[in-house]
Design a protein around this ligand. Structure first.
Ligand SMILES: *Cc1c(COP(=O)(O)O)cnc(C)c1O
Length: 368
């Protein structure tokens, strides 16, 4: 028997036949993109579902991050985390901005707000934190510093779809938040992304920027980009939204199973469930510490040898990549917590179709 491969995630897909009526509508209307009916419907539906004021849909989160920085005219230096997917920092480089790496907190692996002030210079214009694995950042401490130094706050919220803190959407903090709807994320439109903003004027500016800077047939007011989401992706998003709550329940149950099975294993720690928050159970990260008999990479290999493809999110650190490693702030001595986390982290498979027997198999391999 060929053993089943288990990947870290599998995209959630509704039955194919459910999508056909949506496609028929697109074929009939011949509206394929440029803010068509499905695009409008999905913006309205997501505003309601996520409890946010304004949303601008994008072709992907990376172009949304680049556009978010453009929309607020961010320049100079931006304080950010090295412990993220590389697109976070790439969006700064694409805008000619210098990234300044700030270490993370050991308990939630998010930007350590107590270190921000020491990195602020006269060139600093913004902070770009990441709600890593969907765990809310210390938004109050970050905002306090931003207010004091007149900095903008742009959250990379690619992991934080549907996440709330004290009953309020985490996407309502800071100036802008960016979501990803990539195939690997908890809510996917194949490819896709969005910017959440707090006022109508900003939404209009972002909408112009994602459409070449065009405002009407004869006027172009900014050097915009093409960041538009197509009707196919938007229609698929409308269908996906129906299945989201059910998929989240399934992920929640897998999260519970993992925590139960991994309890008390020497040297293996799960991130504590964030307090006062509604998670989306998008990831299941564990830290493989020195108390565990194998190093992280050896456990990673052992799982791979047994057809379990866990992922080392986030290793290597962004600050180790060639286009960043010569920055002063990229020195490991500036980022001890991030360096340790990157060497110990392993994200275990987590997706709605993962079976309890799969969790059993994975945890047994970790135990023995
Ligand atoms: C997935 C991801 C992105 C990029 O999203 P795309 O939609 O693939 O461009 C950016 N930041 C983080 C933290 C991510 O996980």
């Amino acid at each position: 028997m060929v053993e089943k491969l288990i990947h870290v995630t599998e995209p959630t897909l509704p039955p194919l036949e459910d999508f056909v009526p949506y496609l028929e509508k697109i074929w009939k209307s011949k509206v394929l993109t440029n803010g068509g009916p499905f695009h409008q419907q999905l913006e309205a539906a997501l505003c309601e579902f996520l409890e946010v004021k304004y949303i601008c849909l994008f072709a992907n989160a990376t172009i949304a991050l680049v556009t978010a920085l453009q929309s607020l005219r961010i320049t100079g230096e931006v304080i950010t985390t090295p412990y993220s997917f590389v697109a976070t920092t790439h969006s700064l480089l694409w805008n000619g901005i210098k990234p300044v790496f700030n270490d993370i907190c050991p308990h939630n692996l998010n930007l350590d707000a107590s270190k921000i002030e020491s990195l602020i210079t006269p060139q600093t214009t913004a902070i770009m934190p990441v709600h890593c694995y969907g765990t809310p950042c210390d938004v109050d401490a970050i905002q306090k510093i931003a207010d004091e130094y007149n900095l903008k706050v742009i959250y990379d919220a690619a992991h934080a779809f549907g996440v709330k803190r004290r009953q309020e959407s985490i996407l309502n903090f800071g100036d802008l938040s960016i979501l990803s709807f990539h195939a690997t994320k908890v809510f996917n439109t194949f490819e896709g992304g969005a910017i959440i903003c707090q006022d109508k004027k900003t939404k209009e500016r972002i909408d112009h920027l994602k459409n070449f800077g065009i405002i009407n047939q004869t006027q172009v007011v900014a050097p915009g980009i093409n960041g538009k989401m197509s009707e196919i992706n938007a229609a698929f998003g409308m269908l996906q939204l129906n299945g989201y709550a059910n998929a989240r329940e399934k992920r929640k149950e897998i999260d519970r199973l993992y925590r139960k099975k991994l309890e008390g294993i020497q040297g293996v720690s799960c991130l504590p469930p964030p307090c006062e928050s509604t998670p989306n159970y998008g990831y299941f990260p564990i830290l493989v510490g020195p108390q565990y008999p194998l190093r992280r990479d050896a456990l990673f290999q052992k799982l791979a040898d047994n057809h379990i493809h866990a992922r080392r999110y986030f290793y290597p650190l962004i600050s180790h990549f060639p286009m960043y490693r010569n920055l002063l702030s990229a020195a490991d001595s500036n980022l001890p917590v991030a360096v340790k986390a990157a060497n110990e982290i392993l994200c275990l498979p987590l997706y709605p179709e993962l079976l309890p027997s799969d969790v059993e198999k994975i945890t047994n391999l970790i135990i023995n």
